[in-house]
Design a protein around this ligand. Structure first.
Ligand SMILES: NC(=O)c1ccc[n+]([C@@H]2O[C@H](COP(=O)([O-])OP(=O)(O)OC[C@H]3O[C@@H](n4cnc5c(N)ncnc54)[C@H](O)[C@@H]3O)[C@@H](O)[C@H]2O)c1
Length: 267
């Protein structure tokens, strides 16, 4: 898919992976719409994009609210008239055993990580289909959407759902010529470990979280390297963007455990 001259939308575009994606799209000559809760962070990214000679639009958006994402879509179509790449990327995490998760933890993490992706599709897909131009959806999941880790259960739940949604979406959108990629990184050097900064007051827990962020295995990649892999996947229309070679062994072991479950049942 040709990127130059086209339009990209990046949720969570103020920081980390979203910021790197937005800047990478701008370097390709795309117009970029940023959507984030953090207006100061978005202003910095929008300034950098304009400094590269590309157009940027920054819209304060809460992806957990359908109306907010619909308003974003209206702003983007009013400004650019077209959307070719939609990155449903905003995300947050909590840490700790499922048995200690509060109702608010579930609401917050699923609200951003899963409903945020669903809202993006609801608000953008009908018009992306109707415009009948090559297009691509990138949903940011995680290796935590393919492999379970103790202490990451709420996050695992949200990300497994995003992987499943994306796998089906790829089949559903094929007839329309719209590609789908699901981004599944292990560690990336971003501000994800301070996600609590983004938790709305109404969903805060009465006491501070007891659990420390889970230490991820494998290397920590720079967001720019991850963004480069996403652009390659868009161009090559590849579904899985599995950024870390270290992911192969845990994935293989997971499928071997499933294979054993079938073989041993038949004994
Ligand atoms: N960093 C990692 O190790 C890692 C690994 C796998 C997957 N991911 C995923 O990558 C995505 C990006 O996270 P990141 O690592 O760049 O973290 P980050 O905290 O640096 O960036 C996340 C951005 O999302 C924004 N955001 C949070 N809640 C929002 C909401 N309700 N509405 C709109 N914007 C909101 C934040 O303000 C922030 O700018 C997330 O989906 C995360 O789960 C990260």
């Amino acid at each position: 898919m040709e990127l130059k001259g086209r339009t990209a939308v990046v949720t969570g575009g103020g920081s980390g992976i979203g910021r790197a994606l937005a800047l990478a799209f701008a370097r390709e000559g795309m117009q970029v719409a940023l959507a984030d809760l953090d207006e100061a962070a978005m202003a910095e990214v929008a300034g950098a994009i304009r400094g590269q000679g590309s157009e940027a639009l920054a819209v304060r958006t809460d992806v957990a609210e359908l109306g907010s994402v619909q308003a974003l879509a209206d702003r983007v179509w009013a400004a650019f008239g077209r959307v070719h790449v939609l990155c449903n990327n905003a995300g947050v995490s909590t840490w700790g055993g499922i048995e200690t998760a509060t109702h608010r933890d579930w609401q917050w993490v699923l609200g951003v990580n899963l409903w945020g992706v669903i809202h993006g599709l609801e608000a953008f897909l009908p018009r992306m289909i109707a415009q009948k131009e090559p297009a691509h959806v990138v949903n940011t999941a995680s290796m935590a959407g393919l492999i379970a880790s103790q202490g990451l259960g709420v996050y695992n739940t949200s990300k497994y759902a995003v992987v499943g949604l994306s796998e089906t979406l790829a089949k559903d959108l094929r007839p329309y010529g719209i590609g789908v990629s699901v981004l599944c990184p292990m560690g990336v050097s971003t501000r994800i470990r301070t996600s609590e900064r983004n938790r709305p007051p109404g969903l805060r827990n009465p006491t501070a979280p007891a659990a420390e962020p889970v230490e991820l295995i494998g290397r920590s990649l720079e967001p720019e390297a991850v963004a480069g892999m996403v652009l390659d996947a868009i161009r090559g229309n590849r579904l899985y963007v599995i950024t870390h070679d270290e992911g192969l062994e845990p994935l293989r072991r997971r499928f071997q455990r499933m294979e054993r479950a079938i073989v041993e049942r038949k004994r």
